[in-house]
Design a protein around this ligand. Structure first.
Ligand SMILES: [Zn+2]
Length: 126
């Protein structure tokens, strides 16, 4: 599970090895919405992404004005949906799914950005 994810949060790419706890196993499709415990429905997630995602699977994309499914780590590659700027540390969604995931999971919150700047300096991000 963690090895499949390269020991990184599958949403924000936070490196698990710098934390003093194991990342959480997140249900992409929540159990409350019929999701199961199959490996195809599980993703490694940091506490920040998991708590902000909660039971959400879609959100309004401000650009298309459409309800859009969040990034699905088992159905798409991170690099197809996101870019990150090594100067600012900002993660940008480059698809509708990427954009709603950045917003909903607060991938550019102050906490995320402060931590990401350290990871960039340590050359352990993305
Ligand atoms: Zn994360």
């Amino acid at each position: 599970m963690a090895a499949r994810a390269d020991r990184r949060c599958e949403y924000c790419r936070a490196p698990e090895h710098i934390f003093n706890y194991a990342f959480e196993v997140e249900h992409i499709q929540p159990r409350a919405a019929g999701g199961n415990d199959a490996l195809d429905n599980l993703a490694l997630s940091c506490a920040s992404c998991n708590s902000h995602k909660a039971t959400t699977t879609s959100a309004l994309d401000e650009e298309t004005r459409q309800m859009t499914a969040l990034f699905h780590p088992r159905q798409g590659r991170w690099s197809e949906h996101f870019r990150y700027d090594s100067e600012t540390g900002l993660v940008q969604g480059i698809t509708p799914a990427g954009r709603v995931t950045v917003t909903r999971l607060r991938l550019n919150s102050d906490f995320q950005l402060r931590a990401r700047h350290h990871w960039i300096q340590l050359k352990i991000y993305p």
